[in-house]
Design a protein around this ligand. Structure first.
Ligand code: NAD
Length: 298
């Protein structure tokens, strides 16, 4: 089975590399030439555009920033649909809304192809280790056909049913991660103001009921003053607006999510949009004129 991979960023780059390591023939495309070069050095072939990727492969994987870009890459000029073969599959690993993918189904199926939503969780370390959690929605037979590919990039793979259902779970997960991290940053701000042994506090929290994925994956980054992504604040803000829209459509209050979003928005406005999500601490520190104790290397 020949594969295509479009979007070779923090997540897509290592995922494409793992597919090469698993022995797949992979053709890649990204608007960023450096990312393409990084993959061709590892054995990938390069195409000039998404159409070129789709022409030569059986499964096209996407790992792109947002709904507008996914839609444009699939349906735009020189897009995937211009090159896709009958029987091919689009496997979208990006975090977008369920509706983004549901709306593409008729156009994809008119070409005799299929589309699955397969958003991922586990961050850059999970992508590098090939241990992502993957939540899949769409036709079951198509999912089964793609399972070996998903196993080359993920460890916990779940089939959820109809198209869009993987994304529903993913957006709910993003709401929880965003809220947990926002609470963590408020807690760190309070600790900074009171003045406490930060290292010892983190050690205790990691072994206590206040622990979380946010604390586990971000405490070292914060201690080392390393706010490089990881997962960018801009992308989290996008996810929060998607989950907020989903809550709105379904008439469900999401007060904590909407409130957490203000912190990510503040951080973006202060110029930290491309920083890791842990960078919301930087904005909080500026506003409150405090500093959570950590290494001074930036
Ligand atoms: P990223 O910004 O590092 O990567 C996106 C890539 O898409 C970049 O290389 C960019 O050049 C490329 N791109 C943008 N427009 C393009 C176009 N028109 N054609 C081709 N390539 C284009 O983002 P990321 O962190 O790798 O995230 C990718 C997706 O995965 C997002 O939807 C994100 O929400 C989701 N995600 C990210 C993480 C994480 O921890 N970083 C975890 C889970 C899911």
């Amino acid at each position: 089975m020949k594969l295509g991979f479009i979007g070779l960023g923090n997540m897509g780059g290592p995922m494409a590399a793992n597919l090469l390591k698993a022995g797949y023939d992979v053709t890649v495309y990204d608007v960023n030439e450096k990312s393409v070069e990084n993959l061709t050095k590892q054995g990938a072939k390069a195409a000039f555009n998404p159409k070129g990727v789709a022409e030569g492969v059986d499964v096209i994987l996407l790992s792109l920033p947002n709904p507008a870009i996914v839609t444009q890459v699939v349906t735009g000029i020189n897009g995937v649909l211009e090159g896709i073969k009958k029987g091919s599959v689009i496997l979208d690993l990006s975090t977008v809304t369920p509706n983004t993918i549901i709306k593409l189904v008729p156009q994809v199926e008119a070409k005799g192809a299929k589309i699955l939503d397969a958003p991922v969780s586990g961050g850059v370390p999970g992508a590098i280790a090939g241990k992502l959690t993957i939540m899949v929605g769409g036709d079951q037979e198509t999912f089964e056909k793609c399972q070996p590919i998903l196993e080359a990039i993920g460890k916990n793979i779940y089939y959820l049913g109809e198209v869009g259902s993987g994304l529903t779970v993913k957006l709910i997960n993003q709401f929880l991660f965003a809220a947990n991290l926002a609470a963590l940053v408020e807690a760190f701000s309070l600790a900074a103001k009171v003045g406490i042994d930060a290292e010892k506090m983190v050690e205790i929290l990691l072994k206590s009921s206040g622990s979380s994925y946010a604390l586990n994956t971000r405490h070292e980054k914060i201690a080392n003053n390393n706010f490089e992504p990881g997962f960018q604040i801009e992308l989290m803000l996008k996810d929060l607006s998607l989950v907020s829209a989903m809550a709105h459509e379904n008439d469900i209050p999401l007060q904590i999510g909407d409130s957490a979003a203000q912190l990510y928005r503040l951080a973006k406005r202060r110029g930290y949009g491309k920083k890791d999500v842990a960078g919301i601490l930087l904005a909080m520190e500026e506003v409150l004129n405090i500093k959570f104790p950590r290494k001074e290397n930036e």
